[in-house]
Design a protein around this ligand. Structure first.
Ligand SMILES: CC(C)(COP(=O)(O)OP(=O)(O)OC[C@H]1O[C@@H](n2cnc3c(N)ncnc32)[C@H](O)[C@@H]1OP(=O)(O)O)[C@@H](O)C(=O)NCCC(=O)NCCS
Length: 341
């Protein structure tokens, strides 16, 4: 119980308020560090909120206070988790600066967790996530991504065993030396994923829609640990263009996405030696209008080396991937974003 604060699912018209809470809470500590955020662009956060409200309505909660006139609730915080097979991922948790350190973040977190692991028990958190029954014998995983400059979130999740394990760097820019990125090797072809119906219409050798989905699911389970078609569909609607990479005999070796607005990823590869050529292909096949922005996990050394040598630069503080137990082969993966892997 926190005085004056109640918790409930959001109303669709409150997604813009949630995006404003996100901006205010991040801008507060980034300003103190000398890196204030630019004015908010709410649209992408609202679209992601809509997507997660559709896929995970039970894992999206807002903290509200009654406004002085009592006519409209004021959103003071929100939390969104998403469940994909055996992995639960905390996508977002934000509380207005003036309401922080009162227990609102902890309360939201406990409401959006898949089951309620005993607070403070890393073992309970490790073993408590739903999933082992529904998805074979794979034990449940709790995971998230934090800002390395934010002690409160790292402490809050760390107490549940969701400990920061791996840096994730933001590489930004246009390749100043694109020739440093190798071409796809002979025998590897790229098949456009979007839209799958048209792809099979144009090219009879291209896989059909359901075959394509099964192929992507298999790559995702191998690399990321779980399949997430609903997120692929969302990313395509949001303007990301994807390719399936396969051998000339039709063996899939991975997939990758980029976009004209410069958002890059996800990229998942079964063969990590293809990392630099696939990045090179994506960067030449889809030319962004401005800079490209990529999130590179520290474990993906091949992507880091290729992009730095091509001329992209590290921006800001690294983020941190946190988990109760390992679930993904991050040396072969580049996420779509920090809120939706
Ligand atoms: C992170 C955030 C959501 C937490 O919400 P909150 O309402 O402030 O958090 P709570 O008051 O519920 O809990 C904070 C906990 O962190 C602990 N904490 C704070 N600073 C700490 C530190 N430096 N070391 C260890 N523990 C710390 C508090 O003691 C408290 O733990 P307790 O409940 O066991 O006493 C909020 O601070 C926020 O929005 N921060 C800015 C945005 C952000 O970083 N969001 C997370 C994105 S992943």
């Amino acid at each position: 119980m926190i005085e004056g604060v109640t918790f409930r699912p959001p109303r669709p018209e409150e997604l813009a308020d949630c995006a404003l809470v996100w901006h205010a809470s991040v801008n507060d500590y980034m300003s103190r560090l000398g890196h204030p955020l630019p004015p908010p662009v709410l649209e992408p956060a609202m679209r992601l909120g809509e997507h997660l409200l559709a896929t995970d309505p039970g894992h999206f909660r807002v903290a509200v206070k009654a406004s002085p006139g009592g006519r409209r609730d004021r959103i003071v915080g929100f939390g969104i988790g998403l469940q994909r097979e055996h992995v639960w991922f905390l996508s977002q948790l934000y509380v207005l600066p003036e309401e922080q350190q009162r227990g609102i973040g902890r309360a939201l977190l406990s409401l959006v967790l898949p089951s309620a692991p005993e607070a403070g028990s890393a073992d309970a958190a490790r073993d408590g996530a739903r999933g082992s029954a529904a998805f074979g014998r794979r034990p449940g995983v709790l995971a998230t991504c934090t800002d390395s400059a934010q002690p409160i979130s790292n402490a809050l999740y760390g107490k549940l065993g969701i400990v920061a394990r791996m840096p994730v760097f933001n590489l930004v820019g246009r390749p100043s030396s694109p020739s440093r990125l190798p071409s796809l090797p002979q025998g590897i072809e790229a098949i456009a994923l979007e839209p799958p119906e048209l792809v099979s219409h144009r090219n009879p050798a291209a896989p059909g829609k359901s075959e394509l989905r099964q192929t992507i699911d298999a790559i995702d389970r191998d690399v990321l640990g779980y399949a997430h078609q609903s997120d692929h569909d969302f990313l395509r609607v949001q303007g990301r263009t994807g390719f399936l990479y396969r051998t000339s005999t039709g063996e899939p070796v991975g997939y990758g996405y980029s976009s004209q607005v410069g958002r890059f990823g996800p990229v998942a590869l079964l063969d990590e030696t293809l990392t630099a050529p696939v990045i090179g292909h994506l960067m030449s096949a889809i030319e962004p209008r401005g800079a490209t922005s990529v999130w590179v996990p520290g474990a993906n050394d091949r992507a880091m080396v290729a992009m730095l040598r091509a001329g992209l630069r590290i921006e800001g503080f690294p983020a941190m991937f946190c988990w109760t137990r390992p679930f993904a082969a991050f040396e072969r993966y580049l996420p779509a974003s920090l809120a939706l892997l």
